[in-house]
Design a protein. Structure first.
Length: 308
């Protein structure tokens, strides 16, 4: 049962009640065969209210609903609101600020902020596959723009290095992966690349010396931006234009919508953006389904605000 919708209005019609959302989630999580989240058994029965199940295994006998073990478990926010927020973050090309989301959902901004972050966490790419073929690598600086800060505060912030560095690797015609790193040095760059790129791939970087050591494990090609060289034709086309295009998107999303992002949350914003980029060719309904598949496991409020 694949629901199809081509617009937010159609989406809202498809998921207009809690029951419709549950039904869809059951389909997505269990493929039509409910399984006990505690012991994994499919020997379960559904109660008459349709919502609650009970495990029939003698050692288990636990009751559960489809949201147990997902980000939706024990949430005071309705599934309809969760779904709509997930739809907007996974489908809308630029994401959404918590203020805007609060307006859409009719919640407080605090609730929308929390929802936004939990969904970002959910969109994280945990796929173990490494990038291969021709992979462009580069780093960029995010945030820290003084543009939106009042003149009276600008003076105080002047000279403060409040930008955060993000490392990225992009497989041509494939996925992008990003990682917030504290500094562009040999150690950080090497471990980020080895975590993202399969050995023996082509690796295209700029002339930064931090790429040289790890470059020995790859077919390393360098583009010389200092002399305004942007594309060079060798055995492959040597450039990092695709990754630079992605950096532009990421900056538009972060600086344009959220204005400033605290470094401790930046990775989640990157994850949200890479999810949309990596699913850019999928239709809206496929993107939403893909996002929803990742609902297992939840991020607690204390983890989010860094107290755990
Ligand atoms: Zn069980």
């Amino acid at each position: 049962m694949m629901k199809t919708f081509k617009s937010i209005l159609e989406f809202q019609k498809e998921f207009s009640t809690d029951e419709k959302c549950r039904e869809y989630l059951e389909q997505q999580r269990w493929n039509g065969t409910p399984a006990c989240p505690f012991c994994g058994s499919i020997n379960v029965c559904r109660f008459a209210n349709g919502k609650v199940f009970k495990c029939r295994e003698k050692q288990c006998r636990k009751k559960f609903t489809v949201t147990v073990g997902t980000v939706y478990e024990n949430s005071k926010i309705s599934l309809q609101k969760w779904f709509l927020a997930t739809y907007i973050l996974s489908v809308h090309s630029k994401g959404i600020s918590s203020l805007q989301l609060a307006n859409w959902l009719g919640t407080t901004q605090k609730t929308a902020w929390f929802l936004n972050h939990r969904i970002r966490e959910m969109l994280t790419d945990n796929a173990p596959e490494l990038l291969e073929g021709i992979v462009e690598v580069d780093e960029t600086y995010i945030g820290g723009s003084l543009k939106n800060i009042h003149a009276s505060k600008k003076e105080k912030l002047k000279g403060l290095d409040n930008k955060t560095m993000v490392f990225g690797a992009l497989q041509r015609d494939g996925k992008v992966k990003t990682k917030v790193i504290p500094q562009t040095n040999i150690e950080n760059i090497s471990s980020a690349i080895e975590g993202f790129v399969a050995p023996d791939s082509f690796m295209v970087s700029d002339e930064h010396h931090a790429y040289n050591r790890v470059g020995q494990k790859y077919k390393h090609r360098k583009v010389n931006h200092r002399v305004k060289e942007y594309v060079r034709k060798e055995d492959i086309l040597v450039h990092t234009n695709n990754l630079e295009g992605y950096w532009n998107l990421l900056k538009k999303q972060i600086d344009g919508i959220h204005h400033s992002v605290s470094p401790k949350h930046l990775q989640r914003y990157c994850n949200e953006s890479t999810f949309r980029y990596n699913n850019r060719e999928a239709f809206q309904d496929e993107r939403f389904a893909e996002a929803l598949k990742k609902c297992n496991g939840r991020l607690k409020y204390n983890q989010l605000i860094g107290k755990e």
